[in-house]
Design a protein around this ligand. Structure first.
Ligand SMILES: O=C(O)CCC(=O)C(=O)O
Ligand SMILES: [Fe+2]
Length: 209
């Protein structure tokens, strides 16, 4: 697995006293948390999202018109409330511990609701993109994706991350949570059979410094 070239370590004093070895332990490109949600919770969220899609489903990229060449899927937002409280709590809990362990960012919380997406057979997908850029005035610092579907229920629809020339396929098991910094390039490959449901959300904080 090719890694970016890195020069020899500079002494600590040159690094303003920072312990680079400690930093390397605490930072990782992405991390995966299996069983973040139970199968029963995934079923419940799929039912909730499907019921909402009936009335408010939006195809394409929310707020930016429909660009099927970039993204083709149907989405809705699962707002915080009594029915979704368990989900928000779980995301916060796992988000905080993954952040403490791997990323070390200064976070404030979720500034946006959880996005529910349905990718259907016939090519629903989301091409290579980052979750930051010309977007809302909320500083996204961690992206969180949750697999809601049983992998047996669809073909294709892989969430992949790209590190330089290397493409990494993430785990498909339902209930798995994948966390990565929002500038990480990622995509969902076209769904060729069945239906794939996922959640995506973002944890925000003050500007990086
Ligand atoms: O559905 C997924 O697995 C990823 C969704 C995504 O990348 C996004 O909404 O920004
Ligand atoms: Fe994304």
């Amino acid at each position: 697995m090719p890694k970016p070239a890195r020069g020899p370590l500079i002494s600590r004093t040159m690094l303003w006293g920072f312990d680079l070895a400690a930093m390397e332990r605490s930072y990782s490109g992405y991390t995966t948390m299996p069983d973040a949600l139970t199968a029963e919770q995934c079923d419940r969220l799929i039912a909730m999202g499907e019921a909402q899609l009936e009335t408010s489903g939006q195809a394409g990229v929310a707020g930016a018109g429909v660009h099927p060449e970039i993204r083709q899927s149907t989405i809705t937002w699962l707002m915080p409330g009594p029915e979704t409280q368990f989900l928000y709590k779980r995301i916060e809990r796992i988000g905080r511990s993954a952040n403490d362990r791997f990323f070390g960012f200064s976070l404030l919380g979720m500034g946006e609701p959880v996005q529910f997406a349905r990718y259907a057979a016939g090519g629903d997908h989301y091409g290579w993109h980052q979750d930051v850029g010309d977007g809302p005035p909320i500083l996204r610092k961690l992206s969180v994706v949750i697999q809601l579907s049983d992998p047996a229920d669809y073909e294709g629809g892989d969430l992949e991350l790209r590190f330089s020339q290397e493409i990494t396929r993430t785990r498909r098991e339902r209930g798995t949570m994948v966390l990565f910094p929002p500038w990480q390039l990622h995509r969902v490959t076209p769904v060729t059979a069945g239906l794939r449901y996922s959640l995506a959300c973002w944890i925000s904080g003050e500007p990086f410094r």
